[in-house]
Design a protein around this ligand. Structure first.
Ligand SMILES: [Mg+2]
Length: 289
């Protein structure tokens, strides 16, 4: 069995987040004329309160935006910026090269594919549908959403403001208790029990040394580092650090690790592409160049 992380392991979550959030922020600044730094600070406060950096109801809770909108619904006032965010998200949420073929080979080989992400249910399902992985992943474990669809109300869905529907067609989706976070190995061990797999029958793939690799090693599962997915060294990553819902301690620890703090040494590494994991399962890309 392969247990895989999703964000920055199967797709470039950071790039999609950066492009879509920047489009939103640019739009908000241009509509309101508000100071960008003030907006970033108020947005961070909402993200921290809601425990996510993908909060769909954001513009209704940022004080400066609510004030600017006055008696009107911020969703209407900032419609153009929200639209730019949505189209950027759609455009930039794409699988890394080789993900589709690698899963095809693994499935032919009889390997079960389970995904475990800390991201919330709504946007994770959206990404699975949008990348064609509904059904390719056998079972998905995700965090639940903090409230209805990370701030998307049933009314918003009815009015078509968010095009996504709930649910997946073929992938079984199990939601984890709120606040259980990697590198806590408990969830991984429970996944093994539920999937009736022993630790030595499993490889775990993920991009974060601090979260994924530390967790897999703690659980006694073969850890494979998706080094191609690391985004922390990109200069654009600073925007995420400025508005993130993570605690200051998380941010500091993560920054130290990405500077080569290096106390976590992965067992195996996929340097350039996910297909480098195939030999672990005795497989290879037949006829690949
Ligand atoms: Mg990740």
């Amino acid at each position: 069995m392969l247990i895989t992380d999703l964000d920055n392991t199967l797709w470039d979550w950071f790039e999609a987040w950066y492009q879509s959030f920047s489009a939103l922020l640019d739009g908000l600044v241009s509509i309101t004329g508000l100071d960008r730094q003030v907006l970033e600070e108020q947005i961070k406060a909402v993200h921290q309160r809601r425990g996510t950096t993908e909060y769909s109801n954001l513009v209704r809770e940022v004080p400066a935006l609510v004030e600017f909108a006055g008696p009107d619904d911020p969703f209407d006032v900032f419609d153009e910026a929200l639209h730019a965010q949505n189209s950027a998200r759609k455009r930039t949420t794409r699988l890394y090269p080789g993900v589709g073929e690698t899963f095809e080979v693994l499935k032919r080989q009889g390997v079960r594919v389970v995904a475990y992400t800390e991201s919330g249910a709504y946007w994770t399902e959206w990404r699975l549908r949008n990348t064609g992985l509904d059904g390719v992943i056998d079972v998905l474990y995700s965090s639940p959403d903090h409230d209805v669809a990370a701030g998307v109300t049933p009314e918003d869905l009815r009015t078509g403001r968010f095009t996504g529907t709930y649910g997946l067609q073929a992938t079984q989706h199990n939601q984890l208790p709120l606040g259980v976070l990697k590198p806590n190995k408990q969830v991984l061990l429970e996944i093994l029990t539920e999937q009736q797999c022993a630790p030595d029958e499993v490889a775990y793939l993920g991009d974060s040394l601090m979260k994924d690799i530390a967790m897999a090693q703690g659980a006694g599962v073969l850890d494979v580092h998706a080094a191609y997915g690391q985004a922390q060294k990109r200069p654009e990553y600073d925007l995420l650090r400025r508005v993130t819902h993570w605690t200051d301690a998380d941010v500091a620890r993560e920054a130290a690790l990405s500077q080569g703090g290096g106390e976590i040494v992965p067992g195996l590494i996929c340097h350039h592409e996910i297909n480098e994991i195939l030999p672990v399962f005795g497989a290879s890309l037949v006829g690949a160049p």
